[in-house]
Design a protein around this ligand. Structure first.
Ligand code: F0G
Length: 458
């Protein structure tokens, strides 16, 4: 092919206005929000990279399918389409719709785990960890050593450390491990993929001990694309074939359809064990809704059913993974180190490496996130000591291992020129790095403080 620019494989059919704010407006917004970007109004943000969850654009086919939504309380035909799509994709027998991923997690751990047990995962996402801990179990992260080093270049940095998994089972005892989970891609570890070989290895260990294996499948299609690109022997397979093999290795999954479901809301729990499914549906009725809609409208299930097919389109996945890498290249050429290699859904800026003059106690990643907004109206999210620092009764804190700013890319939403602009903002901020000051916390909640804490400049 004579052309090598990888283009957005769609044309834009409907648009939403975004607006530049003035530096004075942004400064006032920061003061009002206490330098916490969760406190900004959507309209005050120009390019919103806070999350890739539920923030993407749906296709004309998804909007059209929504018109066919069957809102029957029981026996909705939209549920049947949704169920058939999930079964076709995953091969899993029981499909339970939920309003989003964390509701599926809550139901799964409520019926399968209990106090004193241990759930191994490559890296638990924060809602997954919280739902494990909520039932009194321990959430243990067993990602490979390379997965904890931002600069290491391993192709599958999301892989589970198989020796550590064996050791954990030996130490804890099989009866105290209700299930093993693998998160694809590994969001909290930089959006890094897990190889088929590694998943097969986890399966072998689970089989040897009779332990069920579940996927946290939020970004299953992005994971499959990385397998196609990077795993020996996988190049000629379609994403659908790879996805099918990934799911054939597990007993069930939780899913947030706000990611690779290409929808603005939704999720599901899918599994093979009919007895566990029966208990899950009983709880579903209590907390979400009747089993043929869970927490969703009929039209949501229609949108997800179409989204789950569209996400496997090779042109889409090629563009998706390439456009994330493109932003990482912009950041690196501006002199800002990132978590290597770039993940599927986000670029993670290494604030510790950039702002060496700001100690962890003054939250360098929060300072960098604030500066990106102040400079260009770009919103990312701190993943560092504000989110994960351990607080002690005497008021001191143990900082998080890494101080990162995640720039997550909504699906099919921003164009290459938007990303070029973000690159320019990063460059401008990097050039003024010496002038950036740290922050101190002036107000905070006892848990999940990153959502509501208020800061002041040091
Ligand atoms: N698991 C992973 C790996 C996730 O990334 C998320 C959400 C969830 C579970 C929970 O799904 O939001 O539908 O309840 N991640 C979003 C993010 C919020 O910004 O990374 P949910």
């Amino acid at each position: 092919m004579p052309f090598h620019t990888i283009i957005e494989p769609f044309r834009i059919h409907s648009t939403q206005r975004i607006r530049h704010t003035t530096p004075e407006e942004r400064e006032a917004a920061l003061v009002r929000a206490g330098y916490n970007l969760f406190g900004l109004r959507g309209e005050e943000v120009l390019i919103d990279l806070l999350t890739d969850s539920g923030t993407g654009a749906m296709s004309s086919r998804q909007w059209a399918a929504m018109m066919d939504g069957d809102e029957s309380y029981a026996g909705s035909s939209s549920y049947e389409r949704f169920r058939d799509t999930v079964q076709g994709l995953t091969g899993l027998a029981e499909v339970i719709p939920t309003h989003q991923g964390r509701a599926a997690e809550h139901i799964l751990f409520s019926v399968m785990a209990k106090r004193g047990q241990v759930v191994p995962n490559n890296t638990h996402f924060d809602t997954t960890r919280a739902n494990v801990e909520f039932v009194g179990a321990e959430a243990r992260d067993l990602v490979i050593a390379e997965g904890r080093v931002p600069s290491s270049e391993h192709p599958f940095k999301g892989n589970m450390d198989l020796d550590a998994l064996e050791a954990t089972i030996g130490e804890v005892g099989v009866e105290r491990i209700p299930l093993v989970m693998v998160t694809v891609t590994n969001n909290s570890g930089g959006g890094q993929p897990v190889s088929l070989e590694n998943l097969r290895g986890v399966r072998r260990i689970c089989d040897a001990h009779g332990i069920p294996l579940f996927l946290d499948a939020c970004r299953f299609a992005e994971n499959a694309w990385f397998i196609k690109l990077r795993e020996p022997g996988q190049t000629d397979r379609t994403p659908r074939e790879i996805v099918r093999e990934m799911f054939s290795l597990v007993d069930g999954c939780t899913m947030s359809a706000k990611k690779d479901g290409m929808a603005n809301i939704g999720g599901f729990l899918a599994l093979n064990d009919a007895e566990v499914a029966r208990k899950a549906r009983n709880l579903l009725i209590l907390t979400e809704g009747f089993p043929t809609y869970g927490g969703l409208a009929g039209y949501d299930m229609e949108a997800i059913a179409v989204g789950l097919e569209e996400v496997l389109d090779e042109d889409y996945l090629r563009y998706r993974i390439r456009s994330t890498a493109y932003l990482a290249e912009k950041a690196e050429s501006a002199g800002v180190p990132t978590v290597r290699p770039p993940g599927g859904h986000a670029v993670y800026l290494d604030a510790k490496a950039l702002l060496t003059h700001i100690p962890p106690s003054q939250y360098p990643a929060q300072a960098l996130a604030v500066e990106l907004y102040r400079t260009g109206g770009v919103r990312g999210v701190e993943i560092g000591s504000v989110m994960f620092g351990a607080r002690h009764p005497d008021g001191t804190e143990t900082p998080s291992d890494m101080e990162l700013v995640r720039l997550a890319i909504p699906r099919r939403t921003y164009t290459q020129s938007h990303v070029d602009y973000v690159g320019e903002v990063i460059k401008e901020v990097a050039e003024r790095r010496d002038q950036i000051r740290g922050l101190t916390i002036v107000e905070q909640a006892p848990w999940l403080r990153h959502f509501t804490a208020r800061f002041a400049p040091v």
